[in-house]
Design a protein around this ligand. Structure first.
Ligand code: HEC
Ligand code: HEC
Length: 178
């Protein structure tokens, strides 16, 4: 958001970055939704409306779960990147610490990884918004995991217990029907 405020100005300079401070660590370290997604989603909502607004947010969420963060490495530590298959801060950070061997959460490498990730999320969002401004955003390149459709075919509307969501179900549930 700071970047957009500098580069683009209005309307981004109207949103105080202060509003997003608590999203660090998935909301004050609750490990909920990755905080790097929150400001970019707010920006998408400010510039687009309707189906295309939702499509861009869906694209960002689906891309996030597959992208091997971090690509951007401001301090040049050459950290390894891993896809995390979730938008949750806890899953994202913990998967990365487990795969990379770095940690604990207070480790400078972890902080560098999340900083790089934030840059990657902003870059993807800006590229998407540029396509949108050129009327060239198609969407659908990234999608929820296929298993979501399989599970939701029953648990969405048809069969209790009912569920909702687009996160990869098996990350938490495994396959409960084996
Ligand atoms: C063909 C329909 C169908 C599909 C597909 C399906 N479920 Fe279910 N699910 C059920 C029914 C019916 C129940 C309740 C009875 C039972 O427990 O088997 C259930 C129960 C559950 C429960 C409750 C806990 C449990 O073990 O009983 C969970 C959690 C669950 N499903 C998750 C999933 C996930 C995750 C997927 C995808 C990998 C999935 N379901 C796919 C029909 C389905
Ligand atoms: C971040 C972890 C997580 C993800 C991802 C997730 N769930 Fe759950 N789910 C839970 C938890 C925790 C509960 C509540 C405790 C329980 O019953 O297992 C739950 C409950 C459920 C229940 C009711 C279980 C019961 O015993 O009544 C169903 C059905 C279910 N989830 C289906 C799904 C489906 C379908 C998806 C994919 C769209 C999904 N879940 C994704 C964590 C998750």
């Amino acid at each position: 958001l700071g970047y957009l405020t500098e580069e683009v100005g209005y309307p981004f300079n109207q949103i105080p970055t202060k509003a997003f401070v608590s999203f660090k660590g998935g909301v004050e370290s609750w490990g909920s939704m990755c905080g790097a997604l929150v400001a970019p989603i707010a920006v998408i909502n400010l510039v687009a409306e309707g189906d295309i607004r939702a499509a861009m947010v869906n694209e960002l969420m689906a891309w996030y779960k597959e992208f091997p963060f971090p690509e951007f490495q401001p301090k040049g530590l050459n950290l390894p990147g891993f896809a995390v298959n979730s938008s949750l801060c806890h899953v994202s950070v913990t998967t990365w610490m487990k795969e990379s061997g770095f940690g604990p959460r207070s480790a400078p490498e972890r902080s560098e990884r999340c900083g790089g990730l934030t840059g990657d999320v902003c870059k993807f969002t800006v590229q998407m918004l540029n396509k949108y401004y050129d009327n060239a955003f198609a969407g659908g390149e990234f999608k929820p995991a296929a298993v979501v459709g399989e599970c939701m075919a029953c648990h969405g509307e048809k069969v209790p217990p009912y569920a909702h969501g687009k996160e990869s179900c098996v990350e938490c549930h495994g396959d409960p029907h084996k």
